[in-house]
Design a protein. Structure first.
Length: 403
């Protein structure tokens, strides 16, 4: 008895190749999100075999992204040529294929899957990608004739939609990752390409400034000084963008990190501003935490740099670093005696390019604290602030303690 739901017109259609390699749907390990759905098919449809088959017409094969109950050697190889595929018909027409008895169905009676895989009854529903193109099939297989019920068909359709949703979600995630990579590459190229001309311009202006100093041409000297201030600001912005790019591009590898060493490296990197300001740095003995060493150094280096930079004129900057245990976490505090921050601005300071002061008073990029917040978020930690204007600020960073 013929029970295939496909029309004769469908059988002559050409399968459309799909970039399933990019989606990691072929030649890749089994994955729980797909295996759970084939297990569901096997249980609710009550069949011995359930498959998610990705059809690659250009390679003349079907690849089983997930397989339950498949006999050997197919279970190990996880693929067959299309000579053994019912799923190619589902993919070709992008519609349900319902076979009650393959021996009596002219569409598949000569298919080698009947002889070699024992396929007798087959119920397959298309899996589609984010463009709506069929790339394979979710199928239920029985080794004996079976009259598929309407409920079987309805359940398969719903589960196949879930498989397609997983595929589309994966496609969306890969698109986002690609866009992020392009954005990072653009930022890196922009900071690199701008740095050289800014440095050259700054050098030329400094030469002019020296010449005008010797000639006592006050008006020209003031214009040159304004130009040098502008190039200095541009240089700081480029440096800030480069640092932001480095943070975003850093692969997050978590391991035990000694905070004493982190602060020693941060202080060494800031030796110039520490000596120039005569800053006093006090460190308590610090524990090990779980995190990324380069990211944590960037975090605490930014905090110490800010603590020294935003100081009252005539006041020697003081930075004290302490720690206290908080269950499985540690709370590291960085306390300064600087100009402080009004509490009405607490929400602003962690946003990119937000500045509370003029460039003439406190030069900067407005990126430092936003970078700190991003790094803390990457560590699943928290950063909080307590501050009193003209007295000082305390930043507290919660991180996971190493065992």
């Amino acid at each position: 008895m013929l029970t295939s739901t496909h029309s004769d017109a469908c059988h002559s259609l050409t399968l459309r190749p799909c970039n399933v390699e990019t989606l990691r749907l072929v030649d890749s390990p089994p994955e729980p999100e797909f295996d759970k759905l084939t297990l569901l098919v096997r249980d609710v449809i009550d069949v011995p075999v359930a498959l998610i088959s990705i059809v690659e017409i250009d390679k003349n094969r079907q690849y089983f992204k997930s397989a339950q109950g498949l006999p050997e050697p197919w279970a190990t190889s996880r693929q067959t040529p299309l000579s053994h595929s019912f799923c190619q018909h589902v993919t070709r027409c992008s519609q349900l294929l319902r076979v009650d008895n393959a021996h009596e169905d002219p569409l598949v009676a000569q298919n080698l899957a009947v002889r070699d895989l024992g396929v007798v009854a087959y119920l397959g529903y298309p899996i589609v990608d984010s463009n709506g193109l069929a790339i394979g099939a979710l199928c239920a297989i029985d080794v004996k004739p079976r009259a598929w019920s309407d409920q079987d068909v309805s359940l398969m359709a719903r589960i196949a939609e879930c498989v397609s949703d997983v595929v589309c979600l994966r496609s969306s995630l890969l698109t986002v990752q690609s866009l992020n990579a392009e954005q990072l590459a653009f930022t890196q190229a922009l900071s690199h390409d701008l740095k050289a001309p800014v440095n050259s311009l700054h050098y030329l202006l400094s030469e002019l400034q020296e010449a005008f100093n010797e000639s006592n041409e006050v008006d020209h000297r003031e214009l040159v000084e304004l130009g040098m201030q502008a190039t200095s600001r541009m240089g700081m912005q480029i440096t800030g963008l480069a640092e932001l790019h480095e943070v975003l591009a850093t692969e997050f590898v978590s391991s035990p990190v000694n905070l004493n060493e982190i602060f020693e490296d941060a202080i060494s990197a800031l030796r110039g501003i520490i000596q120039e300001s005569n800053a006093q740095i006090e460190l308590s003995p610090l524990p090990e935490v779980i995190g990324s060493r380069p990211l944590l150094q960037s975090l605490f280096q930014n905090l110490i740099d800010n603590a020294i930079k935003f100081r009252e004129k005539g006041r020697r900057p003081s930075v004290k670093v302490g720690v206290r245990e908080a269950g499985e976490n540690v709370e590291v505090s960085v306390v300064d005696n600087g100009i402080g921050i009004p509490d009405c601005h607490f929400d602003r300071i962690f946003k990119m390019f937000e500045r509370l002061h003029s460039q003439s008073d406190y030069p900067g990029t407005g990126l430092g604290l936003s970078i700190c917040k991003r790094i803390v978020d990457m560590h699943d930690g928290s950063i909080s602030i307590i501050s009193t204007p003209n007295i000082g600020t305390r930043f507290t960073i919660k991180l996971k303690r190493a065992a």
